[in-house]
Design a protein around this ligand. Structure first.
Ligand SMILES: [Zn+2]
Length: 423
């Protein structure tokens, strides 16, 4: 198996020069209204994310990830913009909205792995297509995607077989349906794996198998999805036609809540309507084996994860203790344990007996440095440079709250907080 080479950035932008420093008000109006004609499709800045400037510039870029929003255009755009969850979003009329600068990190992948590389937000450009994973996209979207994908491929030298779908790379951690890390957490963008659609958007090759399932790093928790992603052209079309013909949202003898809702099966946004008419949200259900046949599942999902992946793990998660979670790093000076009461200790400050008895809910940060307590007037920039505002940097408040740097305001850093940042 080839490992993923990381390509250097080519600094060429998408043919658009930075906004000239004219009147700020005028600039704002232009940003909201103007459409820039380029390569036969239009870019709009109407949903530029306010998070853009705080996002780090990626060090390497080796993948393009295609998504379907699983929700209508305007509400998808508002959410993606607010949270900075894609680089581009292509609406049904073919307009491409620039959400996050393509050189910076957008949170579009969530928990992800491809060819043993994880956290793919750090190495990928994400394109959201307004639509659903099991429906046709519009002709205008196909035209725009063809130009946009080609443009990004050229900038980062990304070959066709590294233009992937979110469903190819998303993976789940153990849950009540699957005991191991598994593929099949999402079906997002799965139609972009079909030969027929790929040809239309100008892609002539694609992965023929899942490298992480083949290497047994993950199990395959969605055989149907695997058929759509990696089957022959004929198998793909057949699988899609069968899926679209059946009412795939009703629980039956052969179709579980997991089959329908995937990762969102126990989400408060997933509604189960029992045959008698009673409704329950996913988080209100405990007896999963007793959901009656005929129950309808109403999904209210979005393609991206609700929250960016957290960089820490928690004692008690999946029934594991600190040693199981931190592995050989458990007694390392760069592993930190944050107790529920707000105290923290590094691995080398604790005995094995203490490590074995860490309270449930203790957070574990692996590969970190600790600074603090922060004194009044201290500038966080002087401690770790621009890392202070990274999503994987954490501020530990004296009362125990752990908050990511990306959510901090540098004017409001609490006195006596500790700062944990990646080595
Ligand atoms: Zn997605």
């Amino acid at each position: 198996m080839l490992s993923l080479p990381h390509y250097r950035h080519n600094t060429r932008d998408l043919g658009i020069s930075p906004m000239p420093k004219v009147s700020f008000v005028r600039a704002l109006c232009t940003a909201a209204l103007s459409l820039t004609l380029f390569c036969g499709f239009t870019f709009s800045n109407a949903y530029r994310s306010p998070r853009n400037s705080e996002r780090e510039v990626r060090k390497s870029t080796s993948l393009i990830i295609l998504h379907t929003t699983e929700a209508p255009g305007k509400s998808s755009l508002r959410k993606l913009c607010e949270r900075g969850e894609s680089h581009y979003t292509v609406d049904t009329d073919g307009t491409a909205y620039r959400i996050i600068d393509h050189k910076r990190v957008a949170y579009h992948c969530g928990r992800s792995m491809w060819n043993n590389v994880t956290r793919l937000d750090d190495v990928s450009v994400g394109i959201e297509v307004v639509g659903y994973h099991n429906r046709q996209i519009t002709a205008a979207q196909i035209t725009t995607l063809k130009s946009l994908v080609k443009e990004i491929q050229n900038i980062y030298k990304i070959p066709d077989e590294r233009v992937l779908t979110h469903s190819m790379v998303a993976y789940g951690t153990p849950n009540r349906f699957h005991k191991r890390n598994h593929r099949g957490r999402k079906r997002c963008g799965m139609q972009f794996a079909t030969w027929s659609l790929r040809q239309m958007i100008g892609l002539n090759s694609q992965p023929r198998f899942d490298p992480d399932v083949r290497a047994k790093r993950l199990i395959n928790a969605d055989p149907y999805l695997a058929k759509v992603l990696y089957g022959s052209a004929k198998e793909q079309d057949k699988a899609l036609a069968k899926y679209n013909a059946s009412d795939s949202t009703i629980i039956s003898a052969g179709r579980t809540a997991w089959d329908i809702a995937r990762d969102a099966y126990n989400s408060p946004d997933t509604i189960y309507v029992f045959p008698g008419g009673t409704r329950k949200a996913g988080n209100q259900i405990t007896l999963w084996a007793r959901i009656p046949v005929g129950t309808k599942v109403i999904l209210n999902e979005s393609c991206t994860d609700e929250d960016p992946v957290e960089s820490f793990t928690v004692v008690g998660k999946d029934g594991k203790n600190a040693t199981e979670l931190a592995g050989e790093e458990n007694s390392s000076p760069t592993t930190y344990y944050i107790y529920p009461n707000g105290r923290s200790a590094s691995g080398n400050e604790l005995t094995q007996a203490q490590l074995d008895k860490l309270p449930y809910g203790t957070k574990i940060l692996v590969g970190y440095k600790r600074a603090g307590p922060i004194k009044a007037g201290m500038k966080v920039y002087s401690i770790c440079g621009s890392k202070w505002k990274a999503a994987d940097t954490y501020f530990l408040y004296p009362h125990g709250l752990l908050k990511p740097g990306s959510e901090m305001d540098d004017n409001k850093i609490p006195v006596d907080a500790y700062l944990f940042y990646k080595n």
